[in-house]
Design a binder for this molecule. Structure first.
Ligand SMILES: Cc1ncc(COP(=O)(O)O)c(C=O)c1O
Length: 386
């Protein structure tokens, strides 16, 4: 095979994700896994039954339409109108994808030329770096810093160059729990208009905001024609394995993203698309109950982590808590997370892996609270041994 590395240069350094490593460690040590963000109970029974019915009734068992089944595109458009006041044409402005993950990949592969610069909020969700790299583009981090993780908007303005093509946003933000407020979004939108930038916004935690509100940047002046909004069913309905996501955007943007998407998966999750169409139409009670449940769990885990000696940055949104381990006499999150399962039977994720500059996130560690109350209580009790 010669001496040339098998993995191409663009993907160099993007080895196994930390989630795989830590989940394997959780399994090997029998630890409670507060690393990866997936719930330990499934979503609504009626929605699972809708998926089963679709399979048995032969709906979606063969390739569904490329842009997604019309029922789901209609439901996504209704959801955007109902919760965000945004009107999208289900035929030309909605695209169903294999989770938000594929939507992110397709958007970046479609919209970027090699060498384009993408400004992204750092720490970033790990697929951003990989997809920017696969597109041959250059990522430019806007670092969010403890304790409040608010973006430095002057710094953002300074980062824009003639090569900047796109701002990649994520709010509510994984892993920090930041929710961009109306003022920050207005400033970002004004900059995007002024410098003629595209915006891709990952809003998969849109229904998990505990203080303030989720504001869609697509609703701001001049943004509709330059914003690709991404969300998915995984987090909101607790079916992360179904991988049903969607894009909403103006028709020319959707057409571009669809071009890339059709050569990634073409289509996916046929029967689940029918079930997610039903899920999106669940009454407000569902959405409110989901948020209230996670808020209770956030408070439980935050109190437990504080009692165990962590410095806790209470998240405004998402189902993650970022902590600082310095008060425990520790400074290296990666080393800490590698030994935590052995020390007390809990798995967490070191935030350093979400940074280009590992020093910026060195003492930070992320825990998820999307687990049953008794599991969180047991985790808290184990962590108190620290
Ligand atoms: C910020 C963010 N975006 C996207 C995803 C992936 O979404 P999906 O499972 O719909 O592909 C996740 C999952 O953890 C996430 O945290």
């Amino acid at each position: 095979m010669g001496t040339r590395p098998l993995l191409n240069q663009r993907l160099h350094g993007l080895g196994t994700t930390i989630f795989a490593e830590m989940s394997a460690l959780a399994a090997a040590t029998g630890s409670i896994n507060l690393g990866q963000g997936f719930p330990d109970t499934d979503g609504p029974r009626g929605i699972a039954e809708a998926a089963a019915r679709a399979v048995l009734d032969g709906r979606g068992n063969q390739y569904p339409p490329g842009p997604g089944i019309p029922e789901l595109r209609q439901a996504v458009a209704e959801h955007q109108q109902r919760f965000r006041g945004l009107a999208y044409d289900p035929d030309t402005e909605v695209l169903v994808t294999a989770g938000a993950t594929e939507a992110i990949a397709a958007a970046l592969l479609a919209l970027l030329e090699p060498g384009d610069e993408v400004i992204a909020l750092e720490p970033f969700y790990d697929s951003y770096a990989a997809c920017i790299a696969m597109a041959g583009a250059v990522r430019v981090p806007l670092t969010l810093r403890a304790p409040d993780f608010r973006p430095d908007l002057d710094r953002l303005r300074a980062l824009v160059t003639p090569r900047t093509r796109l701002l990649l946003l994520n709010s509510p933000h994984n892993p920090t729990g930041l929710v961009l407020d109306a003022e920050e979004l207005a400033a970002i939108a004004a900059l995007a208009v002024e410098r003629d930038l595209l915006v891709v916004t990952d809003e998969v935690y849109e229904h998990l905001v505990f203080s303030g509100a989720h504001h869609p940047i697509a609703a701001l002046p001049g943004m509709r024609e330059r914003t690709v909004s991404i969300s998915s069913a995984g987090k909101t309905f607790s079916f992360t394995g179904w991988k049903v996501g969607w894009v909403t955007a103006a028709a020319p943007l959707v057409a571009a993203v669809r071009t890339a998407k059709q050569y990634l998966t073409y289509v996916s999750a046929g029967p689940f698309q029918y079930a997610v169409a039903e899920a999106l139409r669940l009454p407000d009670d569902y959405y409110n109950g989901f948020r209230a449940d996670l808020l209770r769990k956030r408070d439980l885990l935050a109190a437990g982590l504080t009692a165990a000696g962590f410095r806790v940055f209470n998240p405004e949104g998402t189902y993650f808590i970022t902590t600082d381990i310095t008060p425990l006499g520790e400074e290296d999150g990666i080393g800490f997370c590698r030994t935590l399962p052995e020390r007390c039977g809990v798995v967490a994720i070191p935030n350093a892996v979400f940074y280009d500059d590992p020093d910026a996130g060195r003492p930070l560690v992320r825990f998820t609270f999307c687990k049953r109350v008794e599991v969180l209580e047991e985790a808290v009790s184990r962590l108190s041994r620290l």
